[in-house]
Every structure is written in structure tokens, then in C-alpha cells.
Design a protein. Structure first.
Length: 133
């Protein structure tokens, strides 16, 4: 309970919210694993931020992270299962894919997908070397 309440944007200015509800889930080593990715230098593109996206087999985005200049990335605490990896060369810096815009004569941002899905096993760190073709 919050003393005095808090005003939210969904309530009228005179109404108060007097409680706060937080829901979270704790992953443990029996149900979660991780991925360690080593990126080749060919996956660096000057002038573009790199954004890594990890997508579950069901199509849900499990993790999105900006890579900056790192060549080694560790992603712990992923639920066991199959994932696809995508690397976005984010030219406009908004951390999401921007499609082409014919009116501005702008190409879509470049996206590279890892060739095969990654299997995350419980209590295990899967190491990947991600290179270029």
C-alpha cells in the first residue's frame, strides 16, 4: 500500500490508487540456460548501431539488446527451448527494424539471421561463433 495513494494517468485527477501490484517470475538453473555469441568483425558496419534480437520458436521476442562495439555477448537466463538470432544494423538508432520508404528513397535496414536455430538447454551455456558468408 502506498501512503496517501498515487495518481495514475488512467484515473481521473481526483481518484487515487492505493496499492501497487507487481508480478515477476524467477528462473532457476533447472529450467534456464544461456547463449554466448562471438561475432566476427565482418558483422561490424560503420555508421550503424547493431541490435541483437533473440526470438523463441513461437515467434515471441525473448531479448533485444544493443551491441555497440562488443564482439562477445553473453545472454544468461533464457528459458530452455529453440531460438532464432537476428542482427539488425540500425541506421536510424531507434532499436527496431525500419522498412524501406520509397517517398524518402530510403532502403530498408539490413538484417542478418543466424543460419540455424539455437537450442538452449537447462543449466548450460551454448557457445556460438557467428561469422559472415
Amino acid at each position: 500500500t502506498i501512503s496517501g495513494g498515487a495518481r495514475g494517468f488512467l484515473q481521473s485527477s481526483s481518484s487515487k490508487c492505493d496499492s501497487l501490484h507487481v508480478l515477476f517470475e524467477v528462473l532457476n538453473e533447472k529450467t534456464s540456460g544461456g547463449i554466448q555469441i562471438s561475432l566476427d568483425t565482418c558483422l561490424n558496419q560503420t555508421g550503424s548501431a547493431r541490435v541483437l534480437q533473440i526470438v523463441s520458436k513461437s515467434g515471441l521476442v525473448a531479448k533485444t539488446m544493443r551491441l555497440d562495439q562488443r564482439h562477445m555477448v553473453t545472454i544468461p537466463h533464457l528459458e530452455m527451448g529453440e531460438y532464432r538470432l537476428f542482427l539488425l544494423f540500425d541506421e536510424d538508432g531507434n532499436d527496431v527494424f525500419t522498412p524501406c520508404d520509397p517517398a524518402l528513397q530510403k532502403q530498408a535496414e539490413r538484417v542478418v539471421a543466424l543460419d540455424s536455430p539455437i537450442q538452449v538447454r537447462p543449466n548450460w551455456m551454448t557457445a556460438i561463433q557467428w561469422g559472415c558468408r
